[in-house]
Design a protein around this ligand. Structure first.
Ligand code: GLU
Length: 457
């Protein structure tokens, strides 16, 4: 029996090696994409060992290949009348369990590798939500920083003029991500409707509630992350009440993670943007952060102008040297490397909850596990945003609106059930307590079974 098990494990590992190495050969120049694939594939070993029919159906070869990659030119005119050119992307990764769904990221670092890693993660994240949504991601290397509202509008219009050909309420439903908030969603939606000559709110999510958006969508990723971590903390009889928390970022995810953590009694002492971080030993004044980021679209260093007890430090890495009980990386990919993880451990961190997508390197994750730090992986912990996007789609289809409390309550239920499903899958496949493996397996199984049931797709 033991030998049979290790044989099947061996076959599964060889299969995964083959798929991963083939991909590595073709995409050696796409490190983020390979990182995301590696993290998921190898945690599926026990699944393939138990279910060889998945190997026979070439499921991995199929799932790592996006159904479609769209890459396009975006020409737009800046305020000086100069024509600027950016590159746009939409990766439609998997439609096995629903229409393609995932955000748009506008950031100078965007390239095919970044969009593919995000799109790949999105398949499993969306599956975990229990909502009928496939996986996709898109964006552009456009940098919204320092652009006027008029420039942002012209860029969004130019972007949608191409993107509209590939999306629709039952086809592909984009939303926001880094650099794409309510303002950008409004411009994108307006242009889509103008081109289509119809009002189709279900084509995009993250809209303002006054024209078809869902209440609590803005809060959903941050709140959801805290709800997930709250469940996880129960394992060690800990809670947010009285805990010291460091949250990186100061965008949508970070802001509402801070808000919920504070509501639950935590002291959040730091947050950041891509230039640097602020440390406020008295606890972050969230109203100030909201005013700077949401109203002024300014930089986080302005915080110290009104809070003399707080300090601002240039550069982002230092935020992980601040001692805390709970770290919530809510900024961007690979923001916690091995060294930062070791520093967190040395300073006594008890739990890490990922609000951003893939914020920990593979080496950082190894450090958490080696030191018994509770770890809430991104695709489970930050699934609240896209989950409420799916609720927004549902409300749009029904042409009705739920109250903030109704949506927030549904979000809470979804996050708790994601947590429970991760715990259950990890246990069932022999990795009790490992939420990373649990999330990957639980997310994968639903998509895999849908693919098998639909034949060769
Ligand atoms: N960009 C978010 C994510 O990473 C939200 C996507 C959505 O709402 O479609 O999940």
């Amino acid at each position: 029996m033991v030998t049979a098990m290790s044989d099947s494990q061996k076959v599964a590992t060889e299969y995964i090696d083959t798929v991963y190495n083939n991909l590595k050969e073709k995409h050696g120049h796409e490190p983020e994409f390979l990182q995301a694939v590696k993290e998921i594939l190898y945690s599926l070993t026990p699944v393939f060992a138990q279910r060889p029919e998945y190997m026979e159906a070439s499921l991995l070869e199929r799932i790592v290949e996006p159904e479609r990659v769209v890459k396009f030119r975006v020409s737009w005119e800046d305020d000086h009348g100069k024509i600027q050119v950016n590159r746009g992307y939409r990766v439609q990764y998997s439609s096995a369990i629903g229409p393609y769904k995932g955000g748009l990221r506008f950031h100078p670092s965007v390239n095919e590798s970044i969009i593919k890693f995000l799109g790949f993660e999105q398949i499993f994240k969306n599956s975990l939500t229990g909502q009928p949504i496939g996986g996709a991601k898109g964006g552009s290397d456009f940098d919204p920083k320092g652009k006027s509202d008029a420039e942002i509008m012209r860029f969004c219009q130019a972007f949608m003029t191409e993107l509209h050909k590939y999306i629709g309420p039952d086809v592909d439903v984009p939303a926001g991500d880094i650099g794409v908030g309510a303002r950008e969603i409004g411009f994108l939606f307006g242009q889509y409707n103008r081109i289509r000559g119809a009002y189709e709110p279900g084509v995009i999510t993250g809209k303002l509630p006054r024209f078809g958006g869902s209440l609590a969508r803005k809060e959903a990723t941050g709140y959801g992350c805290v709800y997930f971590v709250q469940e996880m903390l129960k394992e060690i009889n800990l809670s947010f009440a009285g805990a010291t928390v460091v949250v990186s970022g100061s965008g949508n995810v970070s802001t509402y993670a801070i808000e919920k953590a504070q509501q639950l009694g935590a002291k959040v002492v730091a947050c950041s943007d891509s230039n640097g971080y602020i440390y406020d030993p008295n606890g972050i004044d969230l109203d100030t952060v909201k005013e700077i980021k949401e109203v002024q679209h300014g930089r986080i260093k302005e915080y110290v102008e009104t809070h003399s007890n707080a300090t601002y430090t240039e550069g982002c890495q230092g935020i992980w040297t601040i001692p805390c009980d709970i770290a919530l990386p809510c900024a961007t990919q690979n923001e916690i490397n091995e060294e930062a993880a070791k520093t967190l451990v040395k300073n006594g961190v008890k739990a890490v909850g990922e609000g951003a997508n893939m914020p920990s390197t593979l080496q950082a994750i190894d450090v958490y596990f080696a030191n018994d730090v509770l770890f809430a992986p991104a695709k489970a912990a930050n699934a609240g945003g896209v989950a409420v996007s799916a609720l927004e789609m549902a409300q749009n289809s029904m042409r009705l609106f739920w109250t903030f409390e109704e949506v927030d309550q549904k979000l809470h239920v979804i996050m708790t059930s994601i947590y429970n499903n991760c715990v259950k899958a990890a246990k069932e496949f022999g990795h009790e307590g490992n939420l990373l493996i649990g999330a990957n397996i639980a997310g994968f199984l639903k998509v895999a079974d849908a693919m098998i049931a639909q034949g060769v797709i």
